[in-house]
Design a protein. Sequence first.
Length: 211
Amino acid sequence: MSIFDEISELVQKGKVKDIAGAVKGALDGGASAQQILDDGLLAGMAILGEKFKNNEVFVPEVLLAAKALNEGTALLKEKLVAEDVKPLGKVVIGTVEGDLHDIGKNLVKLMMEGIGFEVFDLGADVSADEIVAAVKENNADIVALSALLTTTMGQQGVVVKALEAAGLRDQVKVMVGGAPITEKFCKDIGADCYTVDAAAAAEAAKSLVGA
């Protein structure tokens, strides 16, 4: 088993305590930070994402894997900057105003980070103005909006209009999700993409920045 396969497996198993030693070992062995990130850490998270999509693993395993991933990425941070490694894209994510649910949003964040996005998480109950400000500040490529209530889902449309009013709509793709959201609703409010779960959202985000 290569050191990259080992790192990938440690991520999948959520072995937070063992990941640092493996990453340091790979660096000492002459591997680049980019290679460790792509072939080890992110490869492991991608496999886990696929398993999550197929209901072979569940939320607790994903959370542990994300911890391991973050531990490994933190060790590589300086070297990634030195190697000028760029993220896949920048995502501003949040649950819309009036809605305090964040479990689904947190999973989407983990899955997006797990395939190489830089994610700015605004939390829950986030106003359209806060989202617009974060898009400007971070030069985001994607806005990902969550809503779990039929009473708050309309706020996703408010955000789309706020981005249009700020002259930012052309620069960002808007993704929407949550229990009451449908493909039709996504189209009706002028968003770009609706997905049913976190793993699908991460893959869709990848397609959006590749397009």
